[in-house]
Design a protein around this ligand. Structure first.
Ligand code: CTP
Length: 408
């Protein structure tokens, strides 16, 4: 059993009972190759898929599977939880995710997850039907809110000859993330300032009434949380005030705005210090010349004459700084691909995130979203239905890689 240098980062590698467990052997090997101290914890079901001996042979400590220790480590969950810098669970089954979300501690892995203050990275793997279950998505959303990090799953071949969303991310992707967490870089957006707009603008008709839209602001807030978790300093220009998860609240400054004009002024001001600007807000395209007094019923039905609002995204693209990445959104209800590609070019953005708001579970007022990300190069990435933080992760990973390439 090879041991790591005493100062090496310590990782608890949790493995649950899914077919992807065989890949965790390679994950363990790669983590050990970085000289990390790796303590594997297998759930009883994991041992049906992979042999504990295989893990013990490669790891820094013998595999543990039981809550009840031996004479050297009588209470293994507190020992493991207190003596680690990162817990990775790969694969994380729907069952483990549910137990963790409700705080069960009925085996060594779930007890260790409760007994640690170290960062936790879950790599879910399951069949598409299970992945798409609201119960699973809600458990993941709960865990994300508490600061648990997630990677994947991907779309691809699954057990039993099936294919779809639910395949565990490859070990090298997990290792890269573990390295970023453990080696203090705090993520691919570290030292970046990301400015995000959220919510729907409200345009005054008179001092009481507004023209508004159905945007909840949830996708923008999810982008802000995930950007902060990836290491960015975030400014969130928002028309709505939602609760921010505790782990990221300190990294996010919220600038409240209401109208398109206010949003424009705030975004343009922030542009000078931004590395990336993400226009997730649903900006009203039209407004009326607001009356200074409340319109009275006795004066009859008013005729509202509409005028165009400023195009915030266009202004940002016009004022784009060196290397700045600009992301636009497009909520479409028909011909999504054609409209999105046309909008990408017309707006001059680096990425255009399109969603078909007529599809079930998508867009405004939903907890979930399903989008396609279009790039200037012509590439596109379909992000299957998942919670809005899951969507944000994919978008921000693309933003991080464009920034790393020194986009435009
Ligand atoms: N947007 C903006 N300012 C506006 C309208 C939209 O900055 N006045 C931004 C949105 O935040 C979004 C992108 O532009 O990121 C696309 O919004 P959308 O309403 O789909 O674009 P429009 O140009 O208004 O096209 P459409 O005619 O389809 O509404």
């Amino acid at each position: 059993m090879p041991s790591a240098t005493p100062s090496s980062p310590r990782v608890v590698l949790g493995v649950t009972g899914g077919i992807a467990a065989y890949k965790s052997v390679d994950l363990l090997r790669q983590l050990r190759a970085l000289d990390y101290h790796v303590a594997p914890v297998l759930t009883p079901d994991a041992t049906r898929f992979v042999g504990a001996v295989t893990f013990s042979a490669l790891a820094s400590e013998a595999v543990r599977t039981s809550l009840y220790g031996d004479s050297t480590t009588p209470i293994p969950h507190t020992y493991l939880g207190q003596h680690c810098d990162l817990v990775i669970v790969a694969p994380a089954t729907a069952h483990l995710i549910a137990r963790y979300a409700i705080g069960l501690a009925d085996d060594l892995l779930s007890a260790t997850l409760l007994a640690t203050r170290a960062p936790v990275l879950l790599c879910p793997a399951m069949h598409t039907e299970m992945w798409e279950q609201p119960a699973v998505q809600e458990n993941l959303a709960t865990l994300r809110r508490r600061g648990v990090m997630m990677l994947g799953p991907e779309v691809g071949p699954l057990a039993g000859g099936d294919a779809g969303a639910g395949r565990m991310v490859e070990p090298d992707v997990i290792v890269e993330m573990a390295q970023r967490i453990l080696e203090g870089h705090r993520g691919p957006l570290s030292a970046r300032h990301v400015v995000i707009s959220a919510g729907g603008t409200r345009e005054a008709i008179d001092p009481v009434r507004v023209i508004a839209n159905r945007s909840s602001g949830r996708q923008g807030y999810a982008l802000a949380s995930v950007a902060a978790r990836l290491g960015a300093r975030v400014t969130l220009v928002s028309t709505v005030s939602l609760e921010l998860p505790l782990d990221v609240a300190r990294a996010i400054t919220v600038v409240p705005v209401e109208s398109a004009d206010e949003l424009l002024a705030a975004m343009v001001k922030l542009q000078t210090s931004a590395d990336a600007l993400i226009m997730a807000a649903a900006v009203a395209d039209f407004r009326v010349r607001a009356a200074s007094h409340k319109l009275k019923r006795r004066d009859g039905v008013p005729v509202l004459e509409l005028e165009a609002t400023p195009d915030v995204l266009a202004a940002l693209v016009e004022g784009r700084g060196q290397g700045q990445v600009i992301v636009g959104f497009a909520a479409e209800s028909e011909d999504v691909e054609a409209n999105a590609r046309e909008k990408l070019v017309r707006k001059g953005v680096d990425l255009l995130v399109a969603n078909d708001v007529s599809a079930p579970g998508v867009g405004f007022e939903h907890e979930t979203n399903e989008v396609t990300i279009f790039e200037r190069s012509g590439a596109r990435e379909v992000v299957s239905l998942r919670d809005k933080e899951g969507v944000a992760e994919v978008i921000l990973t693309r933003v991080a890689s464009l920034l790393a390439q020194g986009a435009s």
